[in-house]
Design a protein around this ligand. Sequence first.
Ligand code: PRP
Length: 183
Amino acid sequence: MTNKDVKKILVGKAEIDAITTRIAEEIDRDYADNNKKLLLLGILKGSVVFMGDLMKKLTIPVEIDFMKVSSYGAGTKSSGHVNILLDLQRPDINTCDILIVEDIIDSGRTLSYLTDYLTLKGAKSVRTCTLLDKPSRREVDFNPDYVGVEIPDEFVVGYGLDYNEKYRALPYVGVLEPHAYND
Ligand code: PRP
């Protein structure tokens, strides 16, 4: 059953399942080396559903951690600042092969900044993974290493993504009905 506020489903449950299976296989293959210590780093809050499903499909050993950032300083989307609200605090960062997990890439600022930040902090390697990619919205030149699916420039909710903190628990990615924006 589709939520009454959802106009259309953009990425359904079956497609999400196929995406997580494919990406987990790619990660399994790329991080199979015993000398690697894979750390999945989820960026709160949107990534939690995708990361939960993805990690269950990995067969290699994995650790998890989280950061929280806000992309927009002083309420202006164009400012381009990324503020760290919850930092990664581990003494062993220099032995970690970090794979940042995101629900969506839009301007690219968050992942571009975090990749540089974690590299400077001394991570052994830093790569990026996103369920959704909106390449048409890019403001900085950034290409994630693992991409679920490219989507058009529509506002999407579900599977971790919110509108005013609602709809994160929907098991699919969808587009809202106009009335949902006024409720
Ligand atoms: C979203 C998303 C990324 C970021 C992507 O998070 O989860 O972190 O925006 O945008 P960018 O490519 O333009 O930097 P949001 O700020 O909505 O927070 P949330 O995950 O807690 O909903």
